[in-house]
Design a protein around this ligand. Structure first.
Ligand SMILES: [Fe+2]
Ligand SMILES: [Fe+2]
Length: 223
């Protein structure tokens, strides 16, 4: 038997009104502070984007440590996938990325993952410069803390949206799945490298670099 009267055919947003979104109204009605959520998503997207950038440098300095390099590369490319996954959601919710990338980087919700020994990125860098402090151990320490910040970030987004905003929750929990894996990888590597202690992560290699099994968008967008 059909439900009576098509109760969802109309609502608070007038028909044809493009200045409001039922997709926003519906989650506000369930208790989401959408403006606060959008600001947190922009901060989180900034952290993914800047981490992708900094991991590029960290990976370069893992020279000669092919296993570490490959795992850093997976985490790097998956952060790019996280940026790609969350950014459309910011716009759906009526938000926008900052127009200036400097603003975006400054408001990133996690610290800059500087290469150790570069005076927080202030050293100029150059072809012949040796960054003696950028040992595998020091780099793995930076990677580990970056992943921990990401876990805290996406756990908070999950908490803010659970049971209220299924779409943001779905994206956040997919990202969180990978951040938890990334932390486990770097615990395994740092523990062995620094302390000679085996703390298995359960990791074996991704199928392809940056496979992003939980968070990847269509290959068209994120090849
Ligand atoms: Fe990430
Ligand atoms: Fe990560």
């Amino acid at each position: 038997m059909a439900a009576s009267d098509k109760p969802h055919a109309s609502g608070k947003v007038p028909a044809g009104d493009t200045s409001q979104r039922v997709g926003v109204e519906a989650i506000e009605g369930r208790g989401v502070d959408v403006e606060q959520l959008v600001q947190k998503l922009i901060d989180a997207a900034g952290a993914e984007f800047t981490t992708y950038y900094y991991y590029t440098i960290l990976r370069m300095y893992l020279a000669g440590e092919e296993d570490y390099k490959e795992i850093c590369e997976d985490a790097r490319l998956e952060d790019r996938a996280h940026f790609e996954l969350v950014t459309p959601r910011i716009y759906e919710l009526g938000g926008s990325l900052p127009y200036d990338i400097r603003t975006f980087a400054d408001r990133a919700g996690c610290p800059d993952a500087y290469l150790p020994g570069t005076d927080d990125g202030k050293r100029a860098g150059g072809r012949d410069e040796i960054v003696a402090e950028a040992s595998a151990e020091a780099i793995l320490g930076v990677l580990l803390e970056a992943e921990r910040c990401a876990i805290r970030t996406w756990s908070e987004v999950c908490d803010l949206t659970f049971g209220k905003d299924p779409r943001t929750y779905d994206l956040a929990q997919r990202i969180l799945n990978e951040e938890v894996e990334h932390e486990a990888w770097f615990i395994e590597l740092l523990s062995k490298e620094r302390d000679g202690v085996v703390r298995p992560s359960g990791h074996f290699r991704r199928g392809e670099p940056g496979d992003a099994p939980y968070s990847k968008n269509s290959g068209f967008y994120n090849p």
